[in-house]
Write a protein that binds this ligand. Structure first.
Ligand code: FES
Length: 126
């Protein structure tokens, strides 16, 4: 049976307009990422829908365009709406990033659910 895992951090540790990747479930690479926009945080699998398992950041935590208005895939430049994960520009126009459950607790702590990731070899990691 696969156990769901939860990642938690303080909202104030993620500045507005920034993103952070996580090595979920013991993976050696970032397999999900979150983006803060105002008082909201959005989470997605780090897998571009253009080519299903392609990591999106060109360097650690670099998931956003220059003005932090869109999520960007570094492979072919697809851009995604931060709040919905819908591709608004690029080769996977209209497709969506896979959302990861994220919620903010009463003490401004952010909880991110590791929904069960497969690593680069295709093995289940949770
Ligand atoms: S793999 Fe992301 S745009 Fe091509």
């Amino acid at each position: 049976m696969n156990a769901l895992r939860e990642i938690a951090f303080r909202l104030d540790d993620l500045p507005d307009g920034q993103a952070r990747g996580f090595n979920a479930a013991g993976s050696r690479q970032h397999t999900l990422f979150v983006v803060r926009k105002g008082e909201s945080v959005y989470g997605y699998l780090d897998a571009c829908p253009h080519h299903g398992d392609t990591p999106m950041a060109w360097r650690e935590h670099a998931y956003l365009n220059a003005n932090a208005s869109r999520i960007v895939c570094s492979a072919h430049g697809a851009q995604f709406d931060v709040a919905t994960g819908v591709c608004t520009l690029g080769p996977c126009l209209g497709q969506k990033l896979t959302p990861v459950p994220v919620w903010i607790g009463n003490h401004r702590e952010v909880h991110v659910m590791d929904i069960g990731i497969t690593d680069q070899r295709g093995d289940k990691t949770s």
